[in-house]
Design a protein around this ligand. Structure first.
Ligand code: PLP
Length: 454
């Protein structure tokens, strides 16, 4: 089909006039208009002008199984035909929701025994916060209301979650953070005084958590939230052992340890969950993205038996725990998730991702020598390049230069999609189905893009 220029112009005009975009500069977007994506297959996208793009970011680090997985489409269609909707409210349930909850309990760390199915990552974080508040209220410690998270962390953009997020753009104009939200240093090796010594960096993070809890009072702190690798903060990969050390410290400090695996879950960093690599058993875990590989919206908040029982047994007998949404435990989302999980395991997609990850690492490492690249970091198929104007001083770029926008546009022209954070970090998270020749294409196009920026 020949792309129709008039149809494209008409669509763009409608977008500018009517569609409010998430996380976009609204007025600037109206001026520029959107890139309209129209189809996808494997790791390849086509826009409505027929331009072909290699997607090195799996949509928004979610399409882990690639585009066009027919069995996932069939799972959704069959469930829609049989029963498109069933509430999870009250005592209703549906087979896909039941099977998915059991499957999630089976594959997540052993501490997690209950699954609450949500609408996506922000909803998972929001539910986690509300469950934690209930847990302490119902177990006789209502003063434990303060939450600690990491600087540069991202935990979605619900009214509360956006305050656990520590990126200024999500606070500006929204009266955040709340007085109960606090941050500690990020394990950002490239820009940390102890960055060259992994054990010192871990010790510094543990000390920062202890100090913050001491400052607030352990009897007032509810939980510590963290991503095993900070995604939207710039793909900050902490040293191996960091997550376990933070989990141990939280336990010792008598605060709940919440791992946000919305990005790192479902094979993104190699194993099914980043927690698995270090034997971490959190009190709560938040999930989304790779759970349905982006085919439909669905997330999960996983709870330990201690937290579940604290809420359930502490509530007045017979009263409802007043949290839920019409689309909680959506049967179509659950049916899709079950098929996506089958593809990761029986379909060999997780194993394939682990197999090609060294090629991804090599591609990023080779770019360290590029004059614009200050740092390359990666684990599994999650990675970033940090660009600097001066390698010795690690000086970044003045935001007024609009470098991120320029790089994105040059990349797009070169048929490559990735993500820019701030003005100088480029993020990569291809589908776990990407082949080695396709990875070589990613790095050819990326090098060409960086050379054109110079
Ligand atoms: N938590 C983390 C670590 C995320 O990266 C994201 C989204 O990028 C979220 C939560 C929010 O998820 P969602 O965008 O599905 O609401």
């Amino acid at each position: 089909r020949r792309p129709d220029a008039a149809a494209h112009d008409a669509l763009v005009a409608l977008d500018r006039a009517h569609l409010v975009h998430p996380v976009a500069p609204w007025r600037l977007h109206e001026e520029r208009g959107p890139a309209v994506l129209s189809s996808g297959r494997g790791v390849w996208l086509t826009d409505d002008r027929g331009h072909e793009l290699l997607d090195a970011f799996a949509g928004l680090w979610c399409v882990n199984v690639g585009y066009g997985q027919e069995s996932v489409v069939q799972a959704a269609a069959q469930q829609m035909r049989r029963l498109p909707y069933a509430t999870g409210y009250f005592h209703f349930s549906s087979e896909p929701a039941i099977r998915l909850a059991a499957k999630l309990v089976e594959i997540t760390p052993a501490s997690l025994t209950r699954a609450y199915l949500t609408l996506g990552g922000s909803d998972s974080v929001d539910a986690a916060v509300r469950f934690i508040v209930q847990y302490y209220n119902n177990t006789g410690r209502p003063q434990k209301k303060h939450f600690i998270s990491l600087q540069r962390g991202y935990h979605g953009s619900s009214s509360t979650g956006a305050g656990l997020t520590a990126l200024p753009v999500f606070h500006r104009g929204f009266d955040l953070p709340l007085p109960t939200q606090h941050y500690i240093e990020s394990p950002y090796a490239y820009r940390h005084a102890q960055g060259n010594d992994p054990q010192a960096l871990i010790a510094s993070s543990v000390a920062a958590l202890r100090a913050k809890v001491a400052e607030l009072g352990a009897d007032r702190v509810a939980a510590f939230f963290c991503e095993p690798i900070q995604g939207s903060g710039g793909v900050i990969v902490p040293p191996k052992g960091w997550l376990k050390a933070m989990a141990d410290a939280a336990r010792e400090l008598d605060i709940l340890f919440v791992v946000d695996e919305v990005i790192t879950g479902f094979g993104r960093t190699g194993p099914m969950f980043a927690c698995d690599a270090e034997g971490v058993e959190p009190d709560l875990m938040t999930l989304a993205k790779g759970l349905t590989a982006g085919y439909v919206p669905l997330g999960a908040t996983m709870l330990s038996e201690k937290v579940y029982a604290g809420i359930a047994d502490g509530a007045p007998a017979g009263t409802a725990i007043g949290h839920g949404a019409t689309y909680s435990a959506h049967p179509v989302g659950a049916a899709v998730a079950l098929e996506v999980l089958r593809l990761y395991e029986e379909g060999g997609i997780l194993a394939h991702g682990e197999q090609v990850a060294p090629r991804f690492a090599q591609g990023l490492e080779a770019l360290r020598a590029h004059p614009l690249v200050g740092d390359a970091r990666h684990r599994g198929l999650l990675g970033a390049l940090e660009l600097v104007s001066d390698k010795a001083s690690k000086r970044g770029f003045d935001a007024s230069l609009g470098l991120a926008d320029r790089i994105f546009n040059i990349g797009y022209r070169n048929g490559l999609v990735f993500r820019s954070f701030g003005d100088h970090i480029l993020g990569f998270a291809p589908a776990l189905t990407i082949t080695e020749p396709e990875l070589d294409q990613v790095f050819l196009r990326l090098r060409k893009t960086l050379d054109e920026v110079l």
